[in-house]
Design a protein around this ligand. Structure first.
Ligand code: BG6
Ligand code: MG
Length: 220
């Protein structure tokens, strides 16, 4: 039986993945590194400092900055990102998500959050969704970014659910890998993702019926 659904946040519940991109593009531009949406795919699901590291490697500037400068760049990126969060309201919840959360609640299926963003609590609050989640993994306590399964395993443990009884939903390739490594079924939202058990182009296709069909097909 399906007992839990664990959601990624940025790019699944709301389009903050785009805000992360805008903020990184500004910081990267200031240090002479060009990043585009295609490169940004590699930053999805990756922690703040790991993302900056990837940007520096991408720009051939891996060794050009001190630890202090790197921390400052990451901090300024976060300030830009947090300022963009002012625009967030429940209207920014992606299609299908609010209804799915209600359906899961009605079916008594547990609801978890697995976001490596330290801003996740603020984002959920701005969307008025905090009370919809039974357990949110704390990004501050996570040692390994996705694709490591740590955050999904932490979410399952927090819900008291075995991963083999849960579905994870992700928009990042690293996130799909993390879900699969944790032993859950994976739903991918996006275009060029691989290894998902079900791949959809938009959250609008998410509903209880579709999840149950996926579950019945894969988990006998
Ligand atoms: C993830 C995003 O959810 O959170 C990444 O997909 C982001 O792009 C990461 O880098 C960390 O976010 P924050 O808010 O802690 O900088
Ligand atoms: Mg995401």
């Amino acid at each position: 039986k399906l007992e839990a659904v664990i959601f990624d946040l940025d790019g699944v519940i709301t389009d903050t993945a785009h805000f992360h991109f805008i903020a990184w593009q500004k910081i990267a531009g200031e240090i002479g590194i060009d990043i585009d949406e295609q490169f940004n795919e590699q930053l999805k699901g990756i922690s703040r400092l790991d993302s900056l590291h990837r940007i520096l490697v991408h720009g051939g500037k891996r060794f050009d900055f001190s630890t202090e400068q790197i921390n400052q760049l990451a901090e300024r990126k976060n300030q830009i990102y947090v300022a963009l969060l002012d625009q967030l309201s429940p209207a920014a919840i992606l299609p299908g998500i609010s209804d799915l959360l209600k359906e899961l609640r009605q079916q008594q299926i547990r609801i978890g959050l697995a976001s490596v963003s330290r801003n996740a609590p603020q984002v959920l609050a701005a969307l008025h969704l905090t009370s919809q989640f039974d357990f949110c993994a704390d990004a501050n306590k996570i040692q390994h970014s996705k694709p490591d399964p740590e955050i999904f395993l932490t979410a399952c443990a927090g819900l008291g659910i075995d991963p083999s009884r849960a579905i994870g939903i992700e928009d990042a390739q690293a996130g799909i890998e993390a879900i699969k490594a944790s032993g859950m079924l994976a739903i991918g939202v996006g275009q060029a993702l691989t290894h998902a058990d079900w791949l959809i182009p938009s959250t609008q296709y998410l509903n209880m019926n579709a999840l149950q069909t996926l579950w019945d097909r894969h988990a006998a």
